[in-house]
Each structure stands twice: as C-alpha cells, then as structure tokens.
Design a protein around this ligand. Sequence first.
Ligand code: MV4
Length: 449
Amino acid sequence: MFKRILVANRGEIALRVIRAAHDLGIEAVAVYSEADRGAPYLEIADEAICIGPAASAQSYLNIPGIIAAAEIADVEAIHPGYGFLAENAHFAEVCHSCGIKFIGPSAEVIDSCGDKSKAKTTAAHAGVPVVPGSDGAVADIEEAAKIAQLIGYPVIIKAAAGGGGRGMRMAKDASVFHNCFRQAQQEAAAAFGDDTVYVEKFVVNPRHVEVQILAGADGEVVYLGERDCSIQRRHQKLIEESPSPATTPDISKRLGEAAVAFAKAAGYVNAGTVEFLLDANGDFFFIELNARIQVEHCVSEMVSGIDLVKWQIMIAAGANLDFKQSDVQIRGHAIEFRINAENPARNFAPAPGRIEKLFLPGGRGVRVDSHIAAGYTIPRHYDSMIAKLIVHGEDRAEALRIARRALREIKIEGPGLATTVPLHLQLLDQPEFQRGEIDTGYLERFLDS
Ligand code: MV4
C-alpha cells in the first residue's frame, strides 16, 4: 500500500479523497491555487502545496506544476478527483512516465473510452444494447443523411469526443438535418479540436441511468447498482438517487450485467460509471463510460456500504476485489442533493460570497460531503457546488422524509450568497418527483412552469 498520495483537485472531492487516504492510514498531500489559499479543508491534509494562480489552466490543470508538487512532496500516487485532469489520458501517461501511480484507469483505457463512437462500437460487440445508428463515426454528411433516413427521424448527431452534451444536435426531420449536422461538427471542432461525429436515433424524454462499477487490478468487475440522474438542467445534475425509481430488480440486474460486460470488453480497471438512457418501455441503451469517480458516487456508497474512493486507492496500489458480485447487497434508498452557490431565481447565476452563518444537518440517515466552514469565502473561479447532502432511508419514502427534515435544518448565509436549498425543498413538494416520475426534461419543465 502507498504511504503518501497527492490529491490533484480542490473543494469537497479533495477533502473526500484526503479522508479516504486517512481511513487507509495513508498521508495525503493537497495542492491549492492562490484563490484557495487558506481554505479550511487544506488543514486536514498532511501537507499543502501552492501550484499557481486562481485560473484553473495555471493551477489545477497545470500538469508540470502538479508533477513538480508530487516530486517535492515525495508521493507514490496521484488522485485526480473529478473534473480538471480526471479523464486526461495525457496526464495519466505523464504520471506513469514519472513513476507515479495515477489513481484511475490506464491512459489507454481513458483514451479509448474518450471516443464515444469507439466506446459504442465496443459496447455493441460486447452484446450491450446501443441506440440504433451509424456504426461508429460517419465519413461525411451524405452518409450521415442516408443513415438518418434509414433509422428514421428524429435523430441526434453527437461529437465522438463529446460529453456533457457539447457538440450534440437533435434533428427533428430531414429539412433541418443539414444545418444540425454542420452545427454539431462546428461545435465539436471548436470544443474538442475534432469534428468527428456519429448519428443515432433520438430517444424522446429518456431517463439518465448509470451503473457504478468497480474493477480490481486483475480485471474482475462488479456492479454496485444504478443511479438515476434524470433531475438535471443543461447537463448539470442536481439530484441523483439509487436505486432508480424506474427500475425493477430485473432491469437493475440486466443494467448491471451490461455495464460489467462493457467494462470487461474495454479492459477497465478501477472505479467507473457506465451511462445508459432508459426509455419509457424499460429498454436501455449504452451511451458512454465515465472513467473517473463521479460527484454522485456517494449514493452508491450509501446503498452498497462500499467505500469507492478507498477502493480506488487500493486498486491503484495493486489490490484485487475481496468480494464477489453475490456479496453485493443493495440496501434501502439514497438521494443526493447538490448544494450550489447559485441563484435559481436568476437563471442559476453564480452567487458566491463569504459564509457568515453556517449550520449543516446531521442525524440518522444524513451524510454531508462538504469543505465549507463558517467564515469561508467561496471563490468565484470554480464550480459552484459547495456541499452535497446525501440521505439514506429504508425505502424511497423514508429517504424523502429525511431529506425534507435535513434540508430544512441547513443554514448557509452571507452577503450575496444564494443556494439551491430552497429549490430542493420546492422539488420535494412536487407530486411527480414524489412519485419518481422524472425524466431528463423534468427539471426544465418544472422551472418553466
Ligand atoms: C441522447 C438523448 C436522446 N437520444 N441520445 C446528453 C449528454 C450525453 N451524455 C447524452 N445525452 C443524450 N443523448 C439519444 N440517442 C438525450 C440526451 C440528453 C440527456 C442525457 C442524459 C442526461 C440528460 C440529458 C439531457 C438532454 C439530452
């Protein structure tokens, strides 16, 4: 096992990784930008090293700076958290070249899963259901239009290098196909420097359901149930839960087995997430693999009892899983509420500031993952998520009751500060949400009403 690791991230996930390291008896070294200097969570780390100015490009994305910090601190491994360098194959490769273990899958696997059209082909070959469409990337617009005609409208054109909804265009019929295709290509070229696109049937109002997997150093893979992440706005998730209110034990098992089949075909090692679209008939289709720990990993931890970040570190150190699929038991229901410093009444505009009054909830069935403290000033340079409330109940109804109670306890106050807490409380009062009748369009429909 490692003696000392470096956390190449900030905020709540940096603290989450530091805690997992400490639970394993490992020292954790934090890095920080000038904007994060003095942040209270840095004191939990065994050492903290400044890696540059506030701008992410010069700090949390600065590979030479992070590697220099790792050398100075004499660590054996680097955990990238999520975002920033987490799915950067080049960074994983640089770590490897420097003799530092990257806590995540190999550079090759990150690279091959980064191409969504390639990943889709891998899935299809592994017998995993995929959305009907082009077999990999399309060569040109003529081929794409032919495929669209064949599968039938509406279709969606997606960037192979995409993710998070960028470089994606829906075409409702042949009359708009040409424009949509060119827009998707242009957006892909601008965002990823790669205009490769593929075409598939557009699934109307799907649910976003994803399966947490864990693969040991020997490539043995287990699934830890699914998460429903349908409550999102502009591809920013707001609420995630496990199990999905839309799955039966049979769908859940087939989703899990499909995710494992994909992970094995991809040669995946470490923690990962296999994303699917689930339609109203209960049919599901692979869309992509996320080669990182995700924000919403906590709901899977609550229902499975398995510490995912601890396993990420152990697997990077060479461990195989010490349990089998049949040992995994999903218990109860967990829901995560993202608490962002933004104002839902002003189109979710960032609303950071100094926290003058703080009270965070606790008690039975409540977990709060957060780096904030009273007196802390939320920097405006980064993501607005400042805390995650995760509740766990024996069933969904109990989880919802605990959520209401916990959300009502929260006080995060200061000049100019606004959070998503009031919106969460409003959503908890909605009959559709209470019934779990949520698809990826639900939140935007609710906000427009
Ligand atoms: C789709 C789709 C409908 N049909 N693919 C958006 C992000 C990317 N990961 C995949 N996305 C979608 N792919 C087909 N064939 C609808 C979406 C989509 C979506 C997916 C997951 C979560 C939220 C979403 C919001 C809008 C569209």
